[in-house]
Design a protein around this ligand. Structure first.
Ligand code: DAH
Length: 352
């Protein structure tokens, strides 16, 4: 009798060993201890036997059943271990690979220039103002003495937005930072009115406004998005001479060079009279001897002062608009403006 059971146990063990996957193993299990497995059938057969025989045969069947279950569990464990091993092998880590380091970042070269410009002008008592990049036609042009159909509008090939302003003219992506002149004056107009009321001296406007500007232009020295920095100094008697002093000081500090020559070349802008382009000349280095244009400038036109809501007899002074991108190229010897805006990390890393 036990021989009969031993044979069943042996055949179960063999079947389990043959099972290559957990599913195979569960199938094999069903044949022995499942609902109609061989052991289960033997148990069912006990019912018909006399009590004595039931006991001894039942005990023997149980021994066989336990042996089968032990074998089953052992094989289950073995299959699970094998599966884990395969998985671990598949996910093998190459611990000799360098880790993923987060490299320290750095400021963009143009941001470095903007910071530098702000620091230098702050040391000369200038405020720093910020304003919108989507502008009304009035702020970008008309308020600056450049009304619709004025030929000077063609100096700036402007992007327009598909939304009309209150005047029925579409908004534009500001082609220069000059609208900040009028905006800044308007923001502080109460201060000026109060000073007049109290009979105090007129507060000066001394401000720079750096930021992004846009024009329909794209080549090695022009990008459709670029940067400008506006400057404005209005007081009771601020003259062209002051412009020369301030701008010369700025350039020499910015380029850390005392033997830098400046040239104010007559020009035209509707918002200044007289107007001048400012050129600089290095005395040494790879660019020595060349005149390089860095800004437009001039005495602020009385019409612009009126559009600020101020009295052109009391607010007199100069404005300038310079190109921080250009200054960055000159400072670091970069010859293609587009490099600044392509986001190539190999280029940008060098300024870290
Ligand atoms: N807005 C001028 C431009 O983009 C630059 C400029 C010239 C600004 C003369 C000024 C100025 O404030 O006085 O070409």
């Amino acid at each position: 009798m036990t021989q009969e059971f031993d044979a069943i146990v042996a055949s179960a063990q063999a079947a389990f060993t043959e099972a290559r996957t957990p599913a195979d193993l569960e199938n094999a299990k069903a044949q022995y201890v499942g609902k109609s497995g061989r052991i289960t059938e033997l148990m069912k057969g006990l019912a018909a036997l006399p009590v004595d025989e039931k006991k001894s045969r039942g005990a023997a069947i149980n021994v066989a059943k336990q042996a089968i279950e032990a074998a089953l569990n052992e094989r289950r464990q073995a299959l699970a271990d094998a599966e884990l091993q395969t998985q671990l092998k598949a996910e093998a880590l190459d611990v000799s690979l360098p880790g993923r380091v987060r490299e320290p970042g750095g400021l963009h070269p143009v941001s470095l220039t903007l910071e530098r410009i702000e620091q230098i002008f702050a040391s000369m008592g200038f405020d720093v103002a910020d304003g919108p990049e989507v502008e009304s036609d009035w702020h970008s042009f008309t308020s600056l003495n450049n009304p619709p159909n004025h030929p000077a509008r063609s100096m700036q090939d402007t992007f327009y937005v598909d939304i009309d302003g209150d005047d029925g003219i579409p908004y534009n992506l500001r082609p220069h930072t000059s609208p900040m002149q009028v905006r800044f004056a308007h923001q502080h107009i109460k201060k000026y009115a109060e000073a007049v009321q109290r009979g105090e001296p007129m507060p000066e406007i001394r401000v720079i406004a750096p930021g992004r500007t846009y024009r329909v232009d794209s080549d090695a020295t022009h990008s459709p998005m670029f940067h400008q920095c506006e400057g404005l100094w209005l007081g009771e008697n601020v003259s062209f001479k002051d412009l020369k002093v301030v701008f010369t000081d700025f350039c020499r500090t910015f380029f850390e060079s005392d033997d830098l020559a400046l040239r104010f070349r007559p020009s035209f802008f509707p918002f200044t009279e007289p107007s001048a382009e400012i050129d600089i000349q290095f005395q040494s280095g790879p660019l020595a001897g060349k005149w390089l244009e860095v800004a437009g400038s001039g005495q602020v036109h009385p019409n612009v002062v009126r559009n600020m809501g101020l009295d052109p007899e009391k607010h007199i002074g100069f404005a300038f608009g310079m190109g921080p991108d250009r200054l960055t190229m000159l400072r670091y010897g970069v010859n293609d403006l587009r490099l600044f805006f392509e986001g190539d990390i190999r280029f940008l890393k060098q300024f870290r």
